[in-house]
Structure formats: C-alpha cells, structure tokens
Design a protein around this ligand. Structure first.
Ligand code: URA
Length: 211
C-alpha cells in the first residue's frame, strides 16, 4: 500500500525538495499516475471526464507547465491538444523540439468548469502531484506558460510582463524557471508572438542549445 502524499500545499512547504526526494513513502511515476487518476481532493473531480496527468518524456530537460485542462484536454486526457496546444507545438518546433522531447503538465490536473481560472485552494490541493512530478522528472529548466502558472509556481503576484526575461528559481528547489505567454493568450493577441519568440530563444539558450 502506498502511503498518501503529504496534504500541505507544496510550494509553501518549508521542507526543501532535496529533503523529500528519497522518502520511500513518495510514489514512483506509475504510483503517482494511479494516485492522480483516483484523486478527489477538490470539487473538480465531480465535473471532470478524466484527470490530465501530463505528456512527453518523463526524463526531459525541459518541463512546460500550463494552467489547467480545457474541454479538449478533459475529453482526451492529454494536456494542450486543442488550438492552444497546436500553437504550443509550433512554438516548440521553432526551437527544434517536439512534444516527445519535453514534458508538459498543468498547475491543475482537472478541468475547471467553463474554463474559469483555477482557484487558489484547487491549485494548493493539486500542487503535491506536480511537486512529485518535478522531483521525479528533475528538469534542467521549467517553462511556465502564462500569468497563472508563473505566479502560482513562483508564489508571487507580479504581472506577467515583469516575470518575463529573467531566470527565476522554483521556490524550495534549485530548478531554474522562465515565464512566457500562454499560447491561448497568443491566439487572442498575435502581436505578442514576437516577444514569445524572444522568450523561446532565451529558453533554448538557457538549456544550452544556442551559444
Ligand atoms: N491550456 C492550458 O493551460 N493547459 C492545457 O492543457 C490546455 C490549455
């Protein structure tokens, strides 16, 4: 029997991630997938079709974190499969990456009804799952897509424009984190694509792809 994950919100957790890495009580990748599928920690389990765990290479250097599944993702059980996902694929292609080269997850594993923003308590309750994914993936870099993912991961309320263009560190870890626009925002504001492109070059350079 797997012991349950800690219930405290993960990014407020005062225990450094390093200190939790070797705990035998923490689930491995498949145990984590099983636990997420069965999750009833918040109300969203009542309205979801299925949980959306993540997709890609669980040993990836780059972990991309979006906000929450939408209707398409809820149906298919995979993050970023709708229009925003197609743009994300094109953004990855622009820096010679595919979905299989990276890992893609969200702040929330379940779809908020009517695509409303994640509530802070939902993000807090869901955060232990993402924390464990980060521990297991051990990415070299996290790319947060959009204001909600950036603010939530960094535990700040700084506007997105001010979060861009810097290498932050995920609190309680050594993991570098860059913030860029959410592809759904870029679909609504295509004029900002140039800035997103700059961010992607920054990501590639930070990963050591461009010298
Ligand atoms: N938007 C997100 O933030 N995540 C998805 O998985 C899909 C759309």
């Amino acid at each position: 029997m797997k012991a349950p994950l800690p219930t405290e919100p993960v990014f407020e957790n005062p225990i450094p991630v390093e200190a939790t890495l070797n705990q035998t009580t923490d689930p491995d990748w498949s145990g984590l997938q099983t636990a997420v599928q069965a999750c009833t920690r918040c109300e969203l389990h009542q309205t979801r079709t299925q949980t959306v765990f993540g997709v890609g290479n669980p040993s990836a250097d780059l972990l991309i974190i979006g906000e929450a599944p939408g209707a398409d993702e809820d149906k298919q059980g995979e993050p970023f499969v709708g229009r925003a996902g197609q743009l994300l694929n094109a953004m990855l292609q622009a820096i010679q990456l595919t979905r299989g080269d990276v890992y893609i997850a969200n702040i929330l594993k379940c779809r908020p009804p009517n695509n409303r923003d994640p509530r802070p308590e939902e993000a807090a309750l869901c955060s232990a799952w993402l924390k464990r994914q980060i521990e297991l993936i051990q990415p070299k870099l996290i790319l947060a897509l959009g204001r909600i993912a950036g603010q939530r991961l960094l535990q700040v309320d700084t506007p997105l424009a001010k979060l861009r263009g810097a290498i932050h560190t995920l609190p309680m870890t050594q993991t570098p984190l860059i913030v860029t626009y959410h592809p759904a925002y870029l679909l609504r504001s295509p004029g900002e694509k140039r800035k997103a492109w700059e961010d992607l070059i920054f990501v590639k350079r930070t990963l050591g792809g461009y010298h």
